[in-house]
Write a protein that binds this ligand. Structure first.
Ligand code: FES
Length: 168
C-alpha cells in the first residue's frame, strides 16, 4: 500500500516533468542544433518560464552538445537570464553609469529595505523580485527602474514607494 502511494506521488512529479520536457522539446524543435542558437533558445525559455529551469539546461546541453558548465556560465554572465523564478512583479533598478550618477543606488537600497530581500532574490510569497540591470537604453530619463519591463524614468525614492504601494 505504502509502495503504491509512493508510486502515485512519483508519477505526479513525473507528469510535471514530462509536461516540461514536452514543452522544451517544442522549443528546441524550432532551432537547428547549432551552438550559435544557444542565446536564442535561452531567451525563449527565460521568457516562457521566467527563469531557466535545471531540466532545460540539461536538455539544451544534450541538444546542442554544449557542456552544462558552459551553459551555466552563459546564464550567469547575462543579467537577463536567471536560475530562479522571478516574482510576479520583477523589479529591476538600472545601475548603468547614467543612472548611477543620478542616484539609482539610493533607489536600489530603498527597494531592498522595503522588500527585505537582496538583489537576485524573490520575496517568500513570490510577489516581488529584485535585479540590477546595466542600461536599459533610457539614459535620457535617468535614473530608471522597471517593473516587468515597464520603464519608470526620473525615478526617486518617493516614486518607488508610490509604485510599491500601488502593487502591494
Ligand atoms: S544607464 Fe540607466 S538607462 Fe542607461
Amino acid at each position: 500500500m505504502e509502495e503504491k502511494n509512493i508510486q502515485e506521488e512519483g508519477s505526479c512529479c513525473n507528469c510535471m516533468d514530462e509536461k516540461l520536457e514536452k514543452e522544451l522539446d517544442e522549443i528546441l524543435e524550432k532551432y537547428t542544433n547549432s551552438k550559435d542558437n544557444l542565446i536564442q533558445i535561452l531567451n525563449e525559455v527565460q521568457i516562457k518560464y521566467g527563469y531557466i529551469p535545471q531540466i532545460a539546461q540539461r536538455k539544451i546541453s544534450e541538444y546542442l552538445g554544449i557542456p552544462m558548465a558552459e551553459i551555466y556560465g552563459v546564464i550567469t554572465f547575462y543579467s537577463r537570464f536567471t536560475l530562479k523564478p522571478k516574482g510576479k512583479y520583477a523589479i529591476s533598478v538600472c545601475l548603468g553609469t547614467a543612472c548611477f550618477v543620478k542616484g539609482s543606488e539610493k533607489i536600489m537600497e530603498r527597494l531592498k529595505q522595503r522588500l527585505n530581500i537582496s538583489e537576485g532574490e524573490t520575496t517568500p510569497d513570490g510577489k516581488f523580485s529584485i535585479d540590477a540591470t546595466r542600461c536599459v537604453g533610457a539614459c535620457g530619463i535617468a535614473p530608471v527602474f522597471t517593473v516587468n519591463g515597464e520603464v519608470y524614468g526620473k525615478a526617486t525614492v518617493k516614486k518607488l514607494d508610490e509604485v510599491l504601494d500601488s502593487l502591494q
